[in-house]
Design a protein around this ligand. Structure first.
Ligand SMILES: Cc1cc2nc3c(=O)[nH]c(=O)nc-3n(C[C@H](O)[C@H](O)[C@H](O)COP(=O)(O)OP(=O)(O)OC[C@H]3O[C@@H](n4cnc5c(N)ncnc54)[C@H](O)[C@@H]3O)c2cc1C
Length: 296
């Protein structure tokens, strides 16, 4: 058994920021990641999207393949620097899939880790199967010919704009209007955005059947990436979000949830330091901490 003050599962914005804050308090922290350090935001979401936006609007715009490679090069640099910085502050970084085999024990391959507190930061995944915006932004799939983006939410609109800027013929399939269901967005704004996208050359349609596309990208929403079998002690609601209280503590004492596995989703919420500080100071009701059975 390996002992830590806190074990974090998932290294996206929520897990990364929690680790950084805990290390600043000189805690012993283990961070478990089954894929790329930095999660969706750094590798396939916000960061590559911002980079491609900038290139799309620049005068010396390269072709798509070169642009994606250039941005992924920057992503690798950020990833290496950020991870090295945490490790230099004392982080134990463990590659592999974490699961809770007891309320205080995380199993990663043949390793067994225990800690007073566990933070789950498993993020989110695409709702529907098929090619995702992440596949495109990471360059795992190269768009060609006529491209169809399904979904008029923020991710769909942004991707349609970027791909059109790089010269692709782009269809955007949306139901009533773009940004439908976004509470804080007035209808006039959504209409304005739709007009701008059309002026930019994006063809907006209501059904996939009306499109002759070589590639279809599904930007139809995301769901929590939370596998209940791997974390059996933690309760989830009917939409699959992990249930948590005002201190982000889940239904299991000492186990916390941050980022997209709790509502609302978004990197801004995952990074929110004020909230994360409230959990990392662990000024919450404490019942069972490490029990004797793990100390032997
Ligand atoms: C195309 C796209 C564009 C986006 N643009 C924006 C934007 O502009 N602004 C914004 O605010 N948000 C944006 N987002 C959303 C943003 O990326 C997410 O809100 C953010 O990444 C969530 O952070 P997180 O910490 O919850 O986890 P994630 O970034 O999802 O990372 C979770 C990590 O946990 C790991 N993991 C999961 N389960 C386990 C396990 N059992 N063991 C070990 N590791 C595990 C995963 O491999 C992953 O690396 C975008 C998303 C996408 C897809």
């Amino acid at each position: 058994m390996e002992y830590f003050d806190t074990i974090i599962v998932g290294s996206g914005p929520g897990g990364y920021m929690s680790a950084k804050l805990l290390l600043e308090k000189r805690k012993r922290v283990a961070l478990v990641e089954k894929s790329l350090f930095g999660g969706v935001c750094l590798n396939a979401g916000c960061i590559p999207k911002e980079g491609l936006y900038k290139l799309a609007l620049s005068e010396s715009k390269p072709e798509w393949k070169v642009a994606v490679q250039r941005i992924q090069g920057k992503v690798i640099e950020i990833r290496d620097t950020a991870l090295k910085s945490l490790v230099s502050k004392g982080l134990t970084y463990i590659e592999g899939e974490g699961e809770l085999i007891d309320e205080r024990v995380v199993k990663v391959g043949s390793r067994r880790l225990t800690a007073q507190h566990i933070i789950l930061a498993c993020g989110s995944k695409q709702r529907e199967p098929g090619i995702s915006p992440e596949d495109i932004l990471r360059g795992l799939i190269l768009p060609k010919g006529n491209v169809c983006v399904v979904g008029g939410g923020a991710a769909g609109c942004e991707l349609a704009f970027i791909l059109r800027s790089f010269g692709f013929k782009v269809y955007l399939v949306r139901r009533d209007t773009v940004l439908k269901g976004y509470e804080n967005i007035p209808e006039e704004f959504a209409q304005k955005l739709e007009n701008k996208l059309e002026e930019h050359g994006v063809e907006i349609v209501e059904s996939l059947r009306k499109v002759n596309a070589d590639i279809v990208i599904r930007a139809t929403g995301r769901v929590p990436n939370f596998c209940q079998e791997r974390f059996p002690f933690v309760g989830v609601d009917e939409k699959g979000f992990v249930k948590s209280d005002a201190f982000l503590e889940t239904t299991a004492c000492g186990i916390f949830a941050v980022g997209d596995i709790i509502s609302p989703m978004g990197a801004g919420y995952a990074f929110e330091k004020r909230k994360l500080r409230s959990i990392i100071s662990f000024k919450v009701k404490r019942k069972a901490l490490i029990t004797e059975k793990y100390q032997s």
